[in-house]
Ligand binder design. Structure first.
Ligand SMILES: C[S@@+](CC[C@H](N)C(=O)[O-])C[C@H]1O[C@@H](n2cnc3c(N)ncnc32)[C@H](O)[C@@H]1O
Length: 276
């Protein structure tokens, strides 16, 4: 798996473990602990003279909680989680048998995920659930049309994905998601992306992680461009979504219980609705 973005999934998976996110322990492993430890060390060294800059782990936990809240509030029955990596969200929410949960990621990532689940009885039970599906594919070109049952409203989540895609790759994926959910009332796309122009200079947590991950992943760091949040909303609209908007952790409903709101923010979710 060297040279792939799987390293980033190992890192975030370990953040969920350390924060005690439900079911995250299913994906705890020594490789993830090693990646997390080394990344934390390198980022701390990079931020040595910028201790007041945004911190990465709190920002990750903010976004993770916001996506969880969106699943909790979703009134439909189908969740499509893109680039799920070692996220425990599907394992957690598929305990609700009424929910059909589909996780997509690259084939080697899914085989590691399955192997980690096979280690424990709890993991085996989760993996056997009929309402939890793992689908392998490259989201830059994958056909999404058959991934979810026809007509049902779908909540599409892309956590920690879009910063690794170029603007053209993002638009291509948004167009395919918009086509998938078109006409399905109640469907929504949610993803996180902090525009480069909003990232703190130099010490930005996300940017630093991008550099560290670039070193781990054979050069594939963050794909930065100069679009603002308004430009991103325009892009989403042009790709077929309705009412695109950005949501900062501080503006989320109180009932979502977003953590770390006292820290300098470097996190932003985008939400967009299906065109009916
Ligand atoms: C930072 S991790 C996020 C994982 C998970 N969503 C989380 O937040 O814990 C990025 C994930 O995106 C996946 N990914 C990146 N590019 C992809 C692509 N083109 N197709 C499918 N998955 C991709 C990687 O394999 C990895 O699992």
């Amino acid at each position: 798996m060297k040279g792939s973005l799987f390293t980033t999934a190992l890192y975030t998976g370990q953040v969920w473990v350390r924060a005690g996110v439900p079911c995250a322990g299913l994906f705890d492993c020594s490789e993830a602990r090693m990646v997390h430890g080394a990344s934390t060390f390198l980022m701390a060294a990079g931020q040595m003279f910028k201790s007041d800059g945004p911190q990465l782990e709190p920002a990750l936990l903010q976004r993770h909680r916001m996506f969880d809240a969106l699943v909790e509030e979703f009134e439909g029955k189908v969740v499509l989680e893109l680039a799920a990596g070692l996220s425990p969200r599907g394992s957690r929410f598929s305990s609700n048998e009424a929910l059909h949960y589909v996780e997509v990621d690259l084939a080697p990532v899914l085989s590691v995920k399955r192997a980690l689940m096979a280690r424990t009885v709890e993991g085996q039970e989760v993996a056997l659930r009929e309402n939890l599906e793992f689908v392998a594919g490259d989201l830059r070109s994958m056909d999404l049309a058959q991934l979810v049952p026809a007509k049902e409203p779908v909540l599409v989540i892309g956590e920690g994905l879009f910063m690794y895609l170029t603007a053209a790759e993002q638009r291509s994926l948004w167009q395919r998601i918009a086509a998938l959910v078109a006409g399905r009332a109640g469907s929504r796309l949610a993803f996180d992306l902090v525009p480069a122009c909003e990232q703190a200079k130099g010490g930005a947590a996300g940017h630093l992680l991008g550099k560290v991950m670039g070193a781990f992943t054979g050069g594939r760091g963050f794909a930065l461009d100069d679009r603002t949040r308004e430009d991103l909303c325009d892009d989403l609209q042009q790709c077929g979504f309705v009412s695109p908007r950005a949501l900062a952790p501080r503006d989320a409903p109180e009932s979502w219980r977003v953590p770390h709101l006292d820290l300098p923010p470097e996190q932003l979710l985008f939400l967009a609705e299906a065109d009916l």
